[in-house]
Design a protein around this ligand. Structure first.
Ligand code: FES
Ligand SMILES: [Fe+2]
Length: 400
């Protein structure tokens, strides 16, 4: 087997580290030769279906899993100029990220300190200050309360106690990250480890947004995410669609903490064996996916990036957002835009919505029938077990 040190290769731009690409492709070649799935579990695992129906479990997830980790607020192109802003897609956690007049990014809970209205509605073209629509209180872009209407009704109000609640925000590699807990901090190196290194090398900051959609699906947030975490279903559920693009459902996986990276061999995968190693480039032969714990699924295709995020509304209802990014030079003029529209509707509507999430909704609807007390995970469905275990670990950890 060749190793990286045996080849003299200069790292390509806009791809993950060359060493990592070679590593993944070599794992896929081994799996291809063995004609076996990569082993993920030592034994079959049973997951109680109550994980998807129990409102106490969801409440625990909300106060732990959804409070302790940074989340991607969006792509940097949405907030490139002073006054640009982006809003949360989740009513239970309303935030606003704004680029202030000095060029700094600031993030706040989008909640007025008077009586809790949303200070930014989303109809504003750009922001110079925050003006609450309910009673007109005004805040500066640094979150400080600047003006109270009819202030004589609030004698001796200490303005300093009424600033917007600030959230940590970090810009890295083209993505805006915030932390959902005021007063916390973001350490992306610790959170993402080597996966952050992958994301940095994909040149996401050079992409632009094509579209972002937001819909409610009638399934538990974990069931929706799990549709991405195994290749077992691809030849069956996606036999008329995705299975034509992927080579026998071969998947190489890697974990860092609760995060997961998956690489799926594409149909042309055998060509890698006829390609000189110094010309190997992962996206020519495989698609790469990341579960960024807890609720984001990040997809690197050869010609676009897809960011899918899942926000629980209830045990059986989840907001799904899908943002597609692309490189402008890859899809120019009318023909290019048409190709992009086709890519989006194929991925978003046909594969995700009508195949993966339709099944997740059927599964959810049947949970109360009593047919299954458990879902049974085979050895090739081990990443689902890992995802469940990561959530259980965080959920059961007592707040320090
Ligand atoms: S709730 Fe914002 S001014 Fe009253
Ligand atoms: Fe799928």
């Amino acid at each position: 087997m060749l190793t990286f040190s045996e080849v003299g290769h200069e790292q390509e731009e806009n791809a993950m580290r060359y060493e990592t690409q070679v590593d993944i492709l070599q794992t896929l070649i081994t799996l291809h030769q063995q004609q076996r799935d990569q082993k993920m579990l030592g034994e079959v695992v049973k997951v109680p279906v109550s994980h998807y129906t129990d409102s106490d479990i969801l409440a625990q997830e909300m106060s732990t899993v959804f409070r302790r980790y940074p989340i991607i607020a969006g792509h940097v192109s949405s907030v490139s100029r002073p006054g640009d802003y982006l809003l949360s897609d989740w009513g239970k956690f309303p935030y606003v990220v704004v680029r202030d007049q000095t060029g700094e990014l600031r993030a706040f809970l989008n909640i007025c300190r008077h009586r809790g209205a949303r200070v930014v509605s989303g109809n504003e073209k750009c922001l110079k200050v925050f003006v609450c629509p309910f009673h007109g209180w005004v805040y500066d872009l640094d979150g400080s309360l600047k003006h109270v209407t009819k202030a004589y009704n609030f004698p001796e109000l200490d303005f300093r106690q009424y600033n917007l609640m600030e959230l940590p925000v970090v810009e890295r590699g083209g993505l805006i990250w915030i932390h959902p807990t005021p007063g916390s901090s973001i350490d992306l190196d610790a959170y993402l480890g080597p996966i952050g290194d992958d994301l940095d090398h994909f040149g996401i900051n050079e992409l632009v947004r094509y579209r972002k959609t937001k819909v409610v699906k009638h399934a538990n947030w974990k069931l929706l995410i799990m549709t991405y975490l195994e290749g077992y279903h691809v030849p069956y559920l996606h036999r008329h669609t995705l299975s034509k693009s992927f080579h026998k459902g071969i998947i190489a996986h890697y974990e860092y903490g609760p995060h997961i990276r998956l690489a799926a061999a594409r149909t042309n995968f055998p060509d890698v064996l006829r390609t000189a190693i110094h010309n190997w480039s992962i996206l020519s032969f495989a698609s790469v996916y990341y579960l960024l714990f807890p609720n984001t699924f990040f997809i690197m295709h050869p010609d676009y990036v897809s960011i899918n995020t899942f926000y629980p509304e209830d045990t059986d209802r989840t907001i799904w957002t899908h943002e597609m990014l692309y490189r402008e030079s890859d899809f120019q003029d009318e023909k290019g835009q048409k190709a992009l529209a086709n890519r989006f509707s194929y991925t978003n509507d046909t594969v995700f919505d009508q195949e993966d999430f339709a099944v997740a909704e059927h599964v959810q609807a049947g949970l109360s029938s009593g047919a299954n007390e458990f879902h049974t995970l085979g050895l090739n469905e081990g990443l689902l077990a890992m995802f469940e275990r990561s959530i259980d670990d965080v959920r059961s950890r007592v707040e320090g």
